[in-house]
Structure formats: C-alpha cells, structure tokens
Design a protein around this ligand. Structure first.
Ligand SMILES: [Fe+2]
Length: 352
C-alpha cells in the first residue's frame, strides 16, 4: 500500500481503500481500478491523498482480510523507520557526550552530528513515523535539541529550502538551547532548566556557539531569536515581523511542538491537540502561519491509515480527511465509522 497525492492519481491505479463522499456514501470501492473518467470524480472528493494498492497487497486478498492488510501496512512502516531509529539514538548519545562542554575541540563532533542527522533524514520518506518516534517520554535538553533539529529539517524540506539552508537549520536546532548547559545539573548530570534561566538562554546559547565554531550569521540569529514571536510578544529582545529570520520562525514551531508533545510535560498533549494549538498560535500572530501550515499539512496529509486511540478508549484507523477540519478526520473502529467532525466530544488521544 502506498499513499499518493490526489494530483498524481493515474488511470490503472488500484484503490487501496473505499472512497467516501461527505455523506459517507461509498463512491468507489476498494480495489476499484481507476479509469480516466474516474479521476475528475476522485478529485472532487477533496482529499489530499488516497491509498493505492500495490501488487503484493492484492495477493490472498480474496477474503478481504483486514488483519492481513493491517499487518502489511505495519511491516512497510516498520521498514521505513527502523534504520532511522538506530541512527537517532546513536546521534543523541554522541551529541550528549560533548554538548555540555562545548569548546574548540568539539568542531569535528559538531560536523559529524550534523552530517549523520542529515544523511539519516535525507533517506527517510515517512516523516510522520519519524515525528512519532522522536516523541520524548521525559524532557531532556539534549534529546530536545536533536528533536528540534529533526523537525526543523523536515519543515525546511517541506518548504523546499536548499541543502545549505537545511544544514543551517539542523545546526540552529542542535545548538538553540545549548545555553542551558550553563545551568545546574540534575543527579544524572543533565542540565536543569530553571525559570531564571529562561529569558537569558538564547544569549547564552549564542555566546557559547560563537566561541567554538564558525557558524554563519543566519544560524547565530536563528538561535538568538528562536523564542521571539512575529507579533513582538517573545523574548529576549521582543523583536518582531521581518526582523525574525526564517530559521527562528521554523525553530519556534519545532520547539513548541516538541515541548508540548513531551509525554511528561505539563499538558501531555497528543500530537493532534498540539497541531490544533499551533494552528491557533499562528492565527494569534505569534507563529508564522506558512510554517505552521506546511507542518500541519504534512501530518494531516499523511495520516490516512494510521491507527489511533480515541478519548472513549476505542481504537481505530483514520480513513477520511474532513475538508472543513483536517484535525477532526473520520475514524473506522471495527465496522463503525466515527466522524470526529460531528462527534465533537470525542478526540484522538494518541497514535498507536
Ligand atoms: Fe529555547
């Protein structure tokens, strides 16, 4: 099974799922072979992507065995991010070993971390899986920096930034909070972020990185302004609008997302409620709407087929993206279709 953007649908493709209209009426059945005349009808369903069956999906499908289909999808997903997972933990370990004590001897290690992260990410296609994987159980500033770096790279790629710009984004993410390493440490030797450090840490981060590595100016300003907000409500200087470069704007979204979805953080927010919060923060003038949009669309454009847990304990699979509210899709649980757009008291609590 693969997911294909609606504009890439071609005659001869085989549907991997039933396609429903806004009234939950099946317009095309699963395994229907798309013909030229179907393409316009499919486009009118206002979907971003649809599932397309591949040859191996059709083997032994005569009994329409949902469980077998689910395991094929799972196996494909597993394959996508298994290699990334090993690299991810290795990168965090290596980064943690030098980030607290940055000095001029860290140059090679900085280069290596950036190169390893970029090559692991360039190979990966399933960004939703990566973002699910890097969600932290516990807040740790080193893991947070690596996570923000990864999310920023993904946003940069979605914004079609150049390789140089994506590399600078990775570096900005890796070192944006390194000023916290000047702070007290916990019993595991991890930096403890104190309230008193919060307003000053972008300055500390800049001072620290400038003394050890010749970062481009846009990286330095990216680090300095990662808590600034477009409406001037941020810190440490309260700059606003175009005075905040694209690196800081991307980092602001990545930073908020990672903090809000860390499981032990204040809100223990689900990815879905966090995406909705980011959306509201962009309407309010704090976050860059274009950056938030590209990030949330990456999620909601690829969530079809993902398994989720609902707030009433039911488990299901996302089968339909609602055109009026992309954060409230339709979920199939057993034989039941649950439309979260109308079932407004129900929420997606998590991916499973
Ligand atoms: Fe920060």
């Amino acid at each position: 099974m693969k997911h294909v953007f609606i504009e890439d649908i071609k005659s001869g493709m085989i549907l991997g799922e039933d396609l429903l209209n806004n009234f939950n009426v099946t317009v095309f059945n699963k395994h229907h072979v798309v013909k030229d005349e179907d393409i316009e009808k499919i486009k009118k369903l206002d979907l971003l992507m649809i599932s397309i069956a591949e040859e191996k999906d059709l083997i032994d499908k005569s009994e329409n065995n949902d469980e077998a289909e689910d395991s094929i999808i799972e196996a494909e997903r597993q394959k996508y991010f298994d290699s990334f997972k090993d690299n991810y933990y290795d990168i965090i370990n290596k980064y943690s070993s030098y980030a607290s004590n940055l000095d001029s001897s860290s140059k090679d290690a900085i280069e290596k971390t950036a190169n390893d992260l970029i090559s692991a990410l360039e190979k990966e296609k399933s960004f939703v899986e990566i973002i699910k994987l890097i969600r932290s159980e516990d807040f740790d500033v080193h893991r947070h920096c690596v996570n923000v770096s990864i999310i920023s790279f993904i946003i940069g790629k979605l914004l079609k930034m150049s390789n140089r710009e994506k590399r600078n984004l990775v570096l900005t993410g890796l070192f944006h909070d390194v000023g916290f390493t000047c702070s007290a440490k916990d019993i595991l030797g991890r930096p403890v972020i104190g309230v008193e450090d919060e307003p000053k840490h972008p300055f500390h981060s800049c001072e620290k990185v400038k003394s050890v590595y010749s970062f481009e100016n846009e990286v330095i300003f990216g680090i300095l302004n990662h808590h600034e907000r477009i409406d001037g409500s941020g810190f440490p200087r309260g700059v606003k609008g175009n005075d905040i470069n694209i690196y800081s704007r991307i980092l602001a979204v990545a930073d908020e997302y990672d903090r809000m979805t860390t499981k032990s953080s204040k809100g223990e927010n689900s990815p879905f409620s966090t995406l909705e919060s980011l959306n509201k923060m962009s309407y309010g003038g704090g976050l860059d709407p274009k950056v938030v949009d590209v990030f949330t669309n990456m999620y909601t454009g690829n969530y079809l087929g993902h398994k989720v847990l609902l707030s009433d304990g039911r488990k299901g699979k996302i089968v339909y993206r609602n055109k009026y509210d992309k954060f409230r899709p339709m979920v199939k649980s057993g034989d039941e279709f649950i439309d979260l757009y109308s079932e407004y008291k129900l929420n997606i609590v998590d991916f499973i």
